[in-house]
Ligand binder design. Structure first.
Ligand code: GAP
Length: 452
Protein backbone atom coordinates (compact mmCIF):
# COMPACT_ATOMS: atom_id res chain seq x y z
CA UNK A 1 0.00 0.00 0.00
CA UNK A 2 1.20 3.51 -0.72
CA UNK A 3 0.23 6.51 1.36
CA UNK A 4 0.89 10.10 0.37
CA UNK A 5 1.92 10.94 -3.17
CA UNK A 6 0.46 13.27 -5.68
CA UNK A 7 -1.26 13.79 -8.97
CA UNK A 8 1.47 16.25 -10.01
CA UNK A 9 3.06 14.95 -13.19
CA UNK A 10 5.18 17.86 -14.42
CA UNK A 11 8.04 18.74 -12.10
CA UNK A 12 8.39 22.49 -11.74
CA UNK A 13 12.14 22.44 -11.92
CA UNK A 14 14.62 20.59 -14.09
CA UNK A 15 17.82 19.02 -12.83
CA UNK A 16 19.73 21.42 -15.12
CA UNK A 17 18.21 24.35 -13.21
CA UNK A 18 19.07 22.75 -9.87
CA UNK A 19 22.67 21.92 -10.78
CA UNK A 20 23.18 25.40 -12.26
CA UNK A 21 21.82 27.08 -9.12
CA UNK A 22 23.81 24.72 -6.88
CA UNK A 23 27.02 25.74 -8.59
CA UNK A 24 26.21 29.45 -9.04
CA UNK A 25 25.31 29.98 -5.41
CA UNK A 26 27.81 27.60 -3.83
CA UNK A 27 25.63 24.70 -2.70
CA UNK A 28 27.19 21.73 -4.51
CA UNK A 29 30.18 21.30 -6.84
CA UNK A 30 31.47 18.32 -8.78
CA UNK A 31 34.39 16.86 -6.84
CA UNK A 32 37.87 17.53 -8.29
CA UNK A 33 36.34 19.64 -11.03
CA UNK A 34 39.65 21.12 -12.20
CA UNK A 35 40.84 17.59 -13.12
CA UNK A 36 37.67 16.83 -15.04
CA UNK A 37 35.67 15.58 -12.06
CA UNK A 38 35.30 12.11 -10.63
CA UNK A 39 32.07 10.19 -11.12
CA UNK A 40 29.83 9.78 -8.09
CA UNK A 41 31.59 12.25 -5.78
CA UNK A 42 30.51 15.78 -4.89
CA UNK A 43 31.65 18.67 -2.70
CA UNK A 44 29.39 20.92 -0.68
CA UNK A 45 30.14 24.63 -1.03
CA UNK A 46 29.72 27.23 1.73
CA UNK A 47 25.91 27.25 1.57
CA UNK A 48 25.59 23.55 0.78
CA UNK A 49 27.70 22.60 3.78
CA UNK A 50 25.38 24.59 6.06
CA UNK A 51 22.27 23.25 4.35
CA UNK A 52 23.40 19.65 4.79
CA UNK A 53 24.46 20.31 8.38
CA UNK A 54 21.01 21.78 9.10
CA UNK A 55 19.36 18.66 7.64
CA UNK A 56 21.56 16.42 9.79
CA UNK A 57 21.03 18.59 12.88
CA UNK A 58 17.24 18.46 12.36
CA UNK A 59 17.41 14.65 12.19
CA UNK A 60 19.69 14.42 15.23
CA UNK A 61 17.59 16.88 17.24
CA UNK A 62 14.33 14.99 16.69
CA UNK A 63 15.77 11.47 16.76
CA UNK A 64 18.25 11.77 19.63
CA UNK A 65 18.11 15.00 21.61
CA UNK A 66 14.36 15.35 22.01
CA UNK A 67 13.91 11.73 23.09
CA UNK A 68 15.00 9.92 26.22
CA UNK A 69 14.92 6.48 24.59
CA UNK A 70 17.59 7.04 21.90
CA UNK A 71 21.34 7.51 22.40
CA UNK A 72 23.85 8.85 19.92
CA UNK A 73 26.78 6.92 18.49
CA UNK A 74 29.73 7.36 16.12
CA UNK A 75 31.55 4.29 14.85
CA UNK A 76 34.59 3.91 12.62
CA UNK A 77 34.25 3.74 8.84
CA UNK A 78 36.60 0.78 8.56
CA UNK A 79 35.62 -2.21 10.63
CA UNK A 80 36.91 -5.75 11.03
CA UNK A 81 36.37 -7.48 7.64
CA UNK A 82 34.42 -10.26 9.37
CA UNK A 83 31.71 -7.66 10.06
CA UNK A 84 30.79 -7.73 6.38
CA UNK A 85 30.84 -11.49 6.22
CA UNK A 86 28.34 -11.67 9.10
CA UNK A 87 26.16 -8.90 7.68
CA UNK A 88 25.89 -10.71 4.35
CA UNK A 89 27.56 -7.90 2.36
CA UNK A 90 30.51 -10.02 1.20
CA UNK A 91 28.24 -12.73 -0.15
CA UNK A 92 25.30 -10.74 -1.38
CA UNK A 93 25.84 -6.97 -1.68
CA UNK A 94 25.83 -7.18 -5.45
CA UNK A 95 24.36 -5.47 -8.44
CA UNK A 96 24.17 -7.24 -11.79
CA UNK A 97 26.46 -5.57 -14.28
CA UNK A 98 26.45 -5.80 -18.09
CA UNK A 99 28.82 -4.30 -20.66
CA UNK A 100 27.95 -3.37 -24.21
CA UNK A 101 30.53 -5.10 -26.41
CA UNK A 102 30.04 -2.46 -29.10
CA UNK A 103 30.24 0.91 -27.29
CA UNK A 104 31.93 -0.51 -24.16
CA UNK A 105 29.47 1.29 -21.89
CA UNK A 106 28.60 -0.38 -18.61
CA UNK A 107 25.13 -0.63 -17.08
CA UNK A 108 23.28 -1.98 -14.08
CA UNK A 109 21.17 -4.73 -15.59
CA UNK A 110 18.12 -3.83 -13.46
CA UNK A 111 18.25 -0.22 -14.70
CA UNK A 112 17.88 -1.23 -18.36
CA UNK A 113 14.45 -1.41 -19.96
CA UNK A 114 15.63 -4.44 -21.96
CA UNK A 115 18.79 -6.53 -22.28
CA UNK A 116 18.21 -6.85 -26.05
CA UNK A 117 19.32 -3.40 -27.11
CA UNK A 118 21.96 -0.97 -25.81
CA UNK A 119 20.34 2.40 -24.99
CA UNK A 120 23.59 4.26 -25.73
CA UNK A 121 24.66 2.93 -29.15
CA UNK A 122 21.34 1.34 -30.19
CA UNK A 123 22.96 -1.97 -31.20
CA UNK A 124 21.09 -5.22 -30.54
CA UNK A 125 22.46 -8.31 -28.78
CA UNK A 126 25.70 -6.65 -27.73
CA UNK A 127 25.44 -7.13 -23.96
CA UNK A 128 27.68 -9.48 -22.02
CA UNK A 129 26.04 -11.99 -19.66
CA UNK A 130 25.02 -10.21 -16.42
CA UNK A 131 27.62 -10.76 -13.71
CA UNK A 132 27.70 -9.95 -10.02
CA UNK A 133 29.56 -6.85 -8.96
CA UNK A 134 30.15 -6.30 -5.24
CA UNK A 135 29.44 -2.70 -4.29
CA UNK A 136 31.77 -2.50 -1.32
CA UNK A 137 34.86 -0.32 -1.74
CA UNK A 138 38.09 -2.01 -0.83
CA UNK A 139 41.15 -0.61 0.81
CA UNK A 140 44.09 -2.10 2.64
CA UNK A 141 45.41 -1.52 6.12
CA UNK A 142 49.10 -0.98 6.79
CA UNK A 143 52.01 -0.95 4.35
CA UNK A 144 51.41 -4.35 2.71
CA UNK A 145 48.74 -4.47 0.03
CA UNK A 146 47.94 -8.14 0.22
CA UNK A 147 44.66 -9.92 0.78
CA UNK A 148 45.41 -10.47 4.47
CA UNK A 149 45.28 -6.70 4.96
CA UNK A 150 42.21 -6.07 2.83
CA UNK A 151 39.41 -4.08 4.40
CA UNK A 152 36.25 -2.35 3.27
CA UNK A 153 34.91 1.17 3.59
CA UNK A 154 31.54 0.62 5.25
CA UNK A 155 28.57 0.48 2.86
CA UNK A 156 26.19 1.40 5.73
CA UNK A 157 26.66 2.79 9.22
CA UNK A 158 24.29 0.31 10.87
CA UNK A 159 26.79 -2.51 11.43
CA UNK A 160 28.89 -0.32 13.75
CA UNK A 161 25.82 -0.08 15.96
CA UNK A 162 25.04 -3.82 15.91
CA UNK A 163 28.52 -4.95 16.89
CA UNK A 164 28.50 -2.41 19.74
CA UNK A 165 25.00 -3.23 20.96
CA UNK A 166 26.21 -4.67 24.27
CA UNK A 167 28.81 -1.93 24.88
CA UNK A 168 26.12 0.70 24.39
CA UNK A 169 23.27 -0.76 26.43
CA UNK A 170 25.59 -1.57 29.32
CA UNK A 171 27.42 1.79 29.39
CA UNK A 172 24.32 3.92 28.74
CA UNK A 173 22.21 1.76 31.11
CA UNK A 174 19.45 1.33 28.56
CA UNK A 175 16.97 -1.49 28.27
CA UNK A 176 14.79 -2.25 25.25
CA UNK A 177 12.79 -0.53 23.95
CA UNK A 178 15.57 1.93 23.16
CA UNK A 179 17.48 3.11 20.09
CA UNK A 180 21.01 3.89 18.95
CA UNK A 181 21.45 6.56 16.28
CA UNK A 182 24.36 7.63 14.15
CA UNK A 183 25.09 9.85 11.19
CA UNK A 184 28.12 9.11 9.09
CA UNK A 185 29.74 8.47 5.76
CA UNK A 186 29.07 5.32 3.78
CA UNK A 187 30.62 4.20 0.52
CA UNK A 188 29.22 2.13 -2.33
CA UNK A 189 30.94 1.48 -5.61
CA UNK A 190 27.79 2.22 -7.62
CA UNK A 191 28.00 0.98 -11.20
CA UNK A 192 26.07 3.92 -12.56
CA UNK A 193 26.10 6.91 -10.23
CA UNK A 194 23.78 9.64 -11.40
CA UNK A 195 21.02 12.17 -10.94
CA UNK A 196 23.41 14.63 -9.29
CA UNK A 197 23.82 13.73 -5.59
CA UNK A 198 21.03 11.16 -5.62
CA UNK A 199 23.16 8.12 -6.45
CA UNK A 200 26.75 8.70 -5.42
CA UNK A 201 29.68 6.60 -4.27
CA UNK A 202 30.36 8.49 -1.06
CA UNK A 203 27.37 9.63 0.96
CA UNK A 204 26.08 10.18 4.45
CA UNK A 205 23.44 8.09 6.17
CA UNK A 206 21.42 8.84 9.28
CA UNK A 207 20.49 5.52 10.79
CA UNK A 208 18.39 4.71 13.79
CA UNK A 209 18.46 1.17 15.15
CA UNK A 210 15.64 0.73 17.64
CA UNK A 211 15.68 -2.43 19.75
CA UNK A 212 12.45 -3.77 21.19
CA UNK A 213 11.62 -6.76 23.37
CA UNK A 214 9.64 -9.58 21.80
CA UNK A 215 6.46 -8.72 23.69
CA UNK A 216 4.01 -8.41 20.81
CA UNK A 217 4.47 -4.62 20.44
CA UNK A 218 7.06 -4.75 17.67
CA UNK A 219 4.73 -3.94 14.79
CA UNK A 220 3.16 -1.08 16.75
CA UNK A 221 6.64 0.38 17.38
CA UNK A 222 7.51 0.00 13.69
CA UNK A 223 4.34 1.90 12.80
CA UNK A 224 5.17 4.61 15.34
CA UNK A 225 8.51 5.12 13.61
CA UNK A 226 6.87 5.36 10.19
CA UNK A 227 4.56 8.04 11.65
CA UNK A 228 7.46 9.85 13.35
CA UNK A 229 9.44 9.95 10.13
CA UNK A 230 6.41 11.22 8.18
CA UNK A 231 6.07 13.98 10.76
CA UNK A 232 9.76 14.86 10.44
CA UNK A 233 9.56 15.52 6.68
CA UNK A 234 6.40 17.57 7.15
CA UNK A 235 7.85 19.56 10.10
CA UNK A 236 10.85 20.58 8.02
CA UNK A 237 8.79 21.72 5.07
CA UNK A 238 8.84 18.88 2.50
CA UNK A 239 5.54 19.08 0.66
CA UNK A 240 3.42 16.05 1.51
CA UNK A 241 2.06 15.80 -2.03
CA UNK A 242 5.58 15.07 -3.29
CA UNK A 243 6.28 12.43 -0.68
CA UNK A 244 4.95 8.91 -0.52
CA UNK A 245 5.32 5.96 1.80
CA UNK A 246 5.48 2.70 -0.09
CA UNK A 247 4.83 -0.41 1.96
CA UNK A 248 6.94 -3.30 0.69
CA UNK A 249 5.17 -6.56 -0.13
CA UNK A 250 6.46 -9.79 1.48
CA UNK A 251 8.09 -10.64 -1.88
CA UNK A 252 9.97 -7.32 -1.90
CA UNK A 253 11.23 -7.65 1.67
CA UNK A 254 14.21 -9.73 2.81
CA UNK A 255 13.01 -13.10 4.19
CA UNK A 256 13.68 -12.11 7.82
CA UNK A 257 11.86 -8.75 7.65
CA UNK A 258 8.32 -8.59 8.96
CA UNK A 259 7.52 -5.16 7.46
CA UNK A 260 9.19 -2.43 5.42
CA UNK A 261 8.38 1.02 4.07
CA UNK A 262 10.29 3.06 1.53
CA UNK A 263 10.00 6.82 1.82
CA UNK A 264 10.02 8.24 -1.70
CA UNK A 265 10.14 11.77 -3.11
CA UNK A 266 8.93 12.92 -6.52
CA UNK A 267 12.19 14.11 -8.11
CA UNK A 268 12.25 15.77 -11.55
CA UNK A 269 13.06 12.34 -13.07
CA UNK A 270 10.39 10.47 -11.05
CA UNK A 271 10.01 8.83 -7.65
CA UNK A 272 13.25 8.10 -5.78
CA UNK A 273 13.96 6.52 -2.39
CA UNK A 274 15.01 8.80 0.47
CA UNK A 275 14.81 6.37 3.32
CA UNK A 276 13.98 2.81 4.19
CA UNK A 277 12.20 1.86 7.40
CA UNK A 278 12.29 -1.82 8.24
CA UNK A 279 11.33 -4.39 10.84
CA UNK A 280 14.43 -6.62 10.68
CA UNK A 281 13.58 -9.15 13.38
CA UNK A 282 16.66 -10.44 15.22
CA UNK A 283 18.59 -11.08 11.99
CA UNK A 284 21.49 -8.66 12.48
CA UNK A 285 22.35 -9.42 16.11
CA UNK A 286 21.92 -13.16 15.46
CA UNK A 287 24.34 -13.00 12.52
CA UNK A 288 27.06 -11.26 14.56
CA UNK A 289 26.59 -13.60 17.51
CA UNK A 290 26.95 -16.59 15.23
CA UNK A 291 30.15 -15.46 13.50
CA UNK A 292 31.88 -13.80 16.46
CA UNK A 293 30.81 -16.38 19.02
CA UNK A 294 30.08 -13.45 21.39
CA UNK A 295 26.82 -13.10 23.26
CA UNK A 296 25.11 -9.84 22.29
CA UNK A 297 21.77 -10.67 23.88
CA UNK A 298 20.20 -8.31 26.35
CA UNK A 299 20.25 -9.50 29.94
CA UNK A 300 17.05 -8.56 31.70
CA UNK A 301 17.82 -8.11 35.39
CA UNK A 302 14.20 -8.33 36.47
CA UNK A 303 13.47 -11.70 34.92
CA UNK A 304 17.12 -12.87 34.94
CA UNK A 305 16.75 -13.94 31.31
CA UNK A 306 18.71 -13.28 28.16
CA UNK A 307 16.94 -12.40 24.92
CA UNK A 308 17.77 -11.02 21.48
CA UNK A 309 15.75 -7.86 20.88
CA UNK A 310 13.86 -7.24 17.65
CA UNK A 311 15.21 -4.45 15.50
CA UNK A 312 13.29 -1.60 13.86
CA UNK A 313 15.52 0.41 11.52
CA UNK A 314 15.12 3.81 9.90
CA UNK A 315 17.87 4.54 7.41
CA UNK A 316 17.82 7.91 5.64
CA UNK A 317 20.28 9.31 3.10
CA UNK A 318 21.40 12.79 4.11
CA UNK A 319 22.62 13.74 0.64
CA UNK A 320 19.33 12.67 -0.89
CA UNK A 321 17.41 14.56 1.81
CA UNK A 322 19.54 17.67 1.23
CA UNK A 323 18.89 17.41 -2.51
CA UNK A 324 15.18 17.01 -1.75
CA UNK A 325 15.20 20.18 0.35
CA UNK A 326 16.82 22.05 -2.53
CA UNK A 327 14.42 20.76 -5.18
CA UNK A 328 11.33 21.00 -3.02
CA UNK A 329 12.10 24.60 -2.05
CA UNK A 330 12.73 25.75 -5.65
CA UNK A 331 10.15 27.99 -7.31
CA UNK A 332 10.16 30.42 -10.20
CA UNK A 333 7.72 33.32 -9.93
CA UNK A 334 6.66 36.13 -12.18
CA UNK A 335 6.56 39.38 -10.28
CA UNK A 336 5.20 42.75 -11.29
CA UNK A 337 6.77 45.87 -9.83
CA UNK A 338 5.09 49.18 -8.95
CA UNK A 339 5.44 50.39 -12.53
CA UNK A 340 3.77 47.25 -13.94
CA UNK A 341 7.07 45.78 -15.18
CA UNK A 342 7.20 41.98 -15.22
CA UNK A 343 10.24 40.01 -14.15
CA UNK A 344 11.05 36.49 -12.99
CA UNK A 345 12.47 35.56 -9.63
CA UNK A 346 13.88 32.26 -8.45
CA UNK A 347 13.12 31.65 -4.82
CA UNK A 348 14.06 28.79 -2.52
CA UNK A 349 11.30 28.47 0.05
CA UNK A 350 13.39 26.69 2.67
CA UNK A 351 11.93 26.08 6.11
CA UNK A 352 13.62 28.67 8.40
CA UNK A 353 15.35 25.89 10.38
CA UNK A 354 16.82 24.46 7.18
CA UNK A 355 17.72 27.76 5.42
CA UNK A 356 21.51 28.26 5.34
CA UNK A 357 21.03 31.98 5.95
CA UNK A 358 18.05 33.04 8.06
CA UNK A 359 18.46 36.82 7.94
CA UNK A 360 20.24 39.01 5.39
CA UNK A 361 21.16 42.53 6.56
CA UNK A 362 22.06 45.38 4.19
CA UNK A 363 22.49 49.15 4.09
CA UNK A 364 20.39 50.94 1.47
CA UNK A 365 23.54 52.64 0.15
CA UNK A 366 27.03 51.19 0.40
CA UNK A 367 28.65 54.63 0.12
CA UNK A 368 26.99 55.99 3.28
CA UNK A 369 29.26 55.03 6.19
CA UNK A 370 26.53 55.69 8.80
CA UNK A 371 24.17 53.18 7.08
CA UNK A 372 26.96 50.64 6.54
CA UNK A 373 28.09 50.87 10.17
CA UNK A 374 24.57 50.51 11.50
CA UNK A 375 23.74 47.56 9.23
CA UNK A 376 26.96 45.81 10.28
CA UNK A 377 26.18 46.45 13.94
CA UNK A 378 22.65 45.05 13.56
CA UNK A 379 23.98 41.96 11.77
CA UNK A 380 26.51 41.38 14.57
CA UNK A 381 23.79 41.74 17.21
CA UNK A 382 21.59 39.12 15.50
CA UNK A 383 24.45 36.70 14.79
CA UNK A 384 24.46 34.87 18.15
CA UNK A 385 20.81 33.92 17.69
CA UNK A 386 20.34 33.45 13.94
CA UNK A 387 22.36 32.49 10.87
CA UNK A 388 22.94 35.93 9.41
CA UNK A 389 24.73 37.47 6.48
CA UNK A 390 25.77 41.06 5.87
CA UNK A 391 25.81 42.17 2.25
CA UNK A 392 25.81 45.40 0.30
CA UNK A 393 25.20 46.58 -3.25
CA UNK A 394 22.28 47.15 -5.58
CA UNK A 395 19.07 46.60 -3.59
CA UNK A 396 17.29 44.59 -6.31
CA UNK A 397 20.31 42.32 -6.71
CA UNK A 398 20.66 41.86 -2.95
CA UNK A 399 17.06 40.66 -2.66
CA UNK A 400 17.43 38.49 -5.77
CA UNK A 401 20.47 36.78 -4.33
CA UNK A 402 18.89 36.20 -0.92
CA UNK A 403 15.74 34.80 -2.60
CA UNK A 404 17.90 32.41 -4.61
CA UNK A 405 19.66 31.12 -1.52
CA UNK A 406 16.38 30.86 0.39
CA UNK A 407 16.86 33.50 3.11
CA UNK A 408 13.45 33.87 4.82
CA UNK A 409 13.90 37.51 5.93
CA UNK A 410 16.00 40.53 5.00
CA UNK A 411 16.66 43.67 7.00
CA UNK A 412 17.32 46.97 5.26
CA UNK A 413 18.88 49.94 7.05
CA UNK A 414 17.79 53.12 5.26
CA UNK A 415 17.95 56.86 5.62
CA UNK A 416 15.01 56.96 8.06
CA UNK A 417 16.65 54.48 10.42
CA UNK A 418 18.75 57.24 11.99
CA UNK A 419 15.64 59.27 12.84
CA UNK A 420 12.96 56.64 13.63
CA UNK A 421 15.27 53.87 14.97
CA UNK A 422 13.48 51.34 12.77
CA UNK A 423 14.47 49.10 9.85
CA UNK A 424 12.57 47.54 6.96
CA UNK A 425 12.05 43.78 7.18
CA UNK A 426 11.24 42.11 3.88
CA UNK A 427 9.58 38.68 3.81
CA UNK A 428 11.00 36.23 1.24
CA UNK A 429 7.71 34.55 0.37
CA UNK A 430 5.24 37.45 0.31
CA UNK A 431 7.84 40.17 -0.41
CA UNK A 432 5.88 42.25 2.09
CA UNK A 433 7.87 44.95 3.87
CA UNK A 434 7.33 45.89 7.51
CA UNK A 435 8.89 48.63 9.56
CA UNK A 436 10.29 47.24 12.82
CA UNK A 437 12.01 49.11 15.68
CA UNK A 438 15.64 48.08 15.92
CA UNK A 439 15.37 47.20 19.62
CA UNK A 440 12.44 44.86 18.88
CA UNK A 441 14.14 43.17 15.91
CA UNK A 442 15.53 40.03 17.60
CA UNK A 443 12.19 39.19 19.24
CA UNK A 444 10.30 39.94 16.05
CA UNK A 445 12.59 37.63 14.06
CA UNK A 446 12.25 34.79 16.60
CA UNK A 447 8.46 34.93 16.21
CA UNK A 448 8.55 35.37 12.47
CA UNK A 449 10.96 32.50 11.86
CA UNK A 450 9.40 30.26 14.51
CA UNK A 451 12.75 29.92 16.30
CA UNK A 452 13.23 29.79 20.08
N1 GAP B 1 21.11 -0.02 6.73
C1 GAP B 1 20.09 -0.03 5.74
C2 GAP B 1 20.50 0.59 4.49
O1 GAP B 1 21.64 0.98 4.28
P1 GAP B 1 19.61 1.27 2.13
O2 GAP B 1 18.19 1.32 1.63
O3 GAP B 1 20.60 0.48 1.36
O4 GAP B 1 19.47 0.73 3.63
C3 GAP B 1 19.47 3.67 3.10
O5 GAP B 1 20.15 2.75 2.29
C4 GAP B 1 19.48 5.04 2.46
O6 GAP B 1 20.83 5.43 2.17
C5 GAP B 1 18.76 5.10 1.12
O7 GAP B 1 17.36 5.24 1.28
C6 GAP B 1 19.39 6.34 0.52
O8 GAP B 1 18.77 7.51 1.01
C7 GAP B 1 20.82 6.28 1.04
N2 GAP B 1 21.68 5.74 -0.03
C8 GAP B 1 21.90 4.44 -0.33
N3 GAP B 1 22.73 4.34 -1.39
C9 GAP B 1 23.03 5.60 -1.77
C10 GAP B 1 23.84 6.16 -2.80
N4 GAP B 1 24.54 5.40 -3.65
N5 GAP B 1 23.89 7.51 -2.92
C11 GAP B 1 23.23 8.31 -2.05
N6 GAP B 1 22.45 7.83 -1.06
C12 GAP B 1 22.35 6.49 -0.90
Amino acid sequence: MTTGGTTETTPRVTMEEITALAKRRGFIFQSSEIYGGIGGFFDYGPLGAILKRNVKDAWWRETVELRDDVVGFDSSIIMHPQTWVASGHVAAFHDKLVDCKNCKHRFRADHLPSLDKCPDCGMSNTFTEPRNFNLMMKTSIGPMEDSANAAYLRPETAQGIFVNFKNVYQSARKRPPFGIAQIGKSFRNEITPGNFTFRVREFEQAELEYFVPDDGNDIAVYEQWVTARKQWYSDYGVRPERLRFYELTPQERPHYAKAGTDVEYLFPWGWGELESIAHRGTYDLDAHMKLSGKDLRYFDEASKTHYTPILIESSAGMDRTTLTMLIDAYETETIIDGEGKESKRVVLRFHPKIAPVQIGVFPLARNKPELVERAKRIERSLRPFFRTQYDEGNVGQLYRRQDEIGTPACVMVDFETATDGAVTVRDRDTMRQDRIAEDKLAGYMSDKLGLP
